[in-house]
Design a protein around this ligand. Sequence first.
Ligand code: NAD
Length: 499
Amino acid sequence: MADMLHHFIGGEKVAGAGGRSGDVTNPATGEIARQVPLASADEMRAAIQNAADAQPGWAAVTPQNRARVMFRFKALIEDHMEELATLASMEHGKTLEDAKGSVQRGLEIVEYACGIAQVLKGEFSENVGTGVDSYASRHPLGVVAGITPFNFPAMVPLWMFPMAIACGNTFILKPSEKVPSCALRMAELLLEAGAHPGVLNVVNGDKEAVDTLLTDPTIQAISFVGSTPIAEYVYQTGTSNGKRVQALGGAKNHMIVMPDADLGQATDALMGAAFGSAGERCMAISVAVAVGDTVADALVERLSPKVESLKIGPYNDPDADMGPLVTRAHYDKVKGYIDSGVEEGAKLVVDGRDFKLQGYENGNFMGGCIFDNVTSDMKIYKEEIFGPVLAIVRAKSYEDALTLVNDHEFGNGTAIFTRDGDAARDFTTRAKIGMVGVNVPIPVPVAYHSFGGWKRSLFGDHHMHGPEGVRFYTRLKTVTQRWPSGIREGAEFVMPVQK
Ligand code: NAD
């Protein structure tokens, strides 16, 4: 019988109440590695109460002292980098080095949160009227929640809770039930860093737990990252229950390769961006738009041998370029897309469907795939596959390529590879996409900028972390004050103006 995990509530490990549970599998072997309790609505409500009880005390801690907790948390993540990356890799399947990179990117948000006293500084205006001063300050919302996807077990939770907590909120994290261990460990480390018990609670669960967060009146704001249908549902349900919601959804990121691009660089960029983490990244490039047949033919010729010789292995194989897909169900979904691409007439230049890794025959390993001659009416173009599958679309001109980017329902990331400054500038101006790269295939903003897409890749108004994170997790108060010596006698019935 696999070990049963727990929740982390009020600074303690809390066993599930004995209701439903889910399987956490080892993607390399297909075995059930551990089990995770799936919280009932009552269990979630108890955690929310705990977070509500902790919130006033936490908000009363000065920003400087909240920052000191973040400094200690940063040091603890660094000390436990290997452990956290291993927990992420073991359950997700990505290579250990890739997981370390993602923990590091998450850590950088903790570093930004270490400066919270500086970023929370308000605005002050003296003498807005004679003897009248005005100042604006940002205040925590209360109890806020985060719901995260399977593909970044450390980084995506780190996009959320350090900023929320540094701003003075308490937090309920509902991690993906496929990869719960990393979040549980980070909650222990934050407590060790000096956060009060109840400041970060990790409640494992599925739809029942999420629905409780979306409807409970104590929860003031929800940060969500996951697939578009669930993001839309979370946004609609959360906002109709009076909450502030930022819900980041799926993606179909195009990389335009112009005729003047350095094709060696573009090929290397596509290899990493399409097949790193087995394509299970919301910023993965899943569509290469070649401008002109010459570029398309050259890309196919350069990419094919590289994709055929990708090194695929379990997370702890130091030579592996990529690991298995997260679950058997996800493997079947990805394979279904490849089958449909073949049926719809795209040319499957490299077929990874039959890939088997010796000794890991029950693992969810899939070889890299390349489709050529993909067109915009095909399912493999329209929908997010989230696997090691690159679609090549042949565009006649730059304008046609840009139209593809702008007409797609998703708008997370995109990139252009070119040496032409005019083309690059036009692209950065006209692309209807949240994150744009010029000769940078995965333009993920650093921690002190903000991350988010456009169109159906983001529901809500705020991007995540950086300055937008501070705005999302706080509300503004503006005080106008004067003192008795500045008050004139007599009632004023007209709108006060400066003469
Ligand atoms: P998912 O939508 O299946 O799950 C995300 C979260 O929602 C999980 O915590 C899950 O428990 C919960 N959930 C699932 N079904 C639910 C339901 N019916 N009701 C309420 N809650 C539900 O996503 P996933 O498969 O874990 O992650 C992959 C997806 O996440 C991809 O679409 C990927 O593009 C997206 N993603 C987006 C970004 C971004 O920044 N835009 C980043 C990472 C991942």
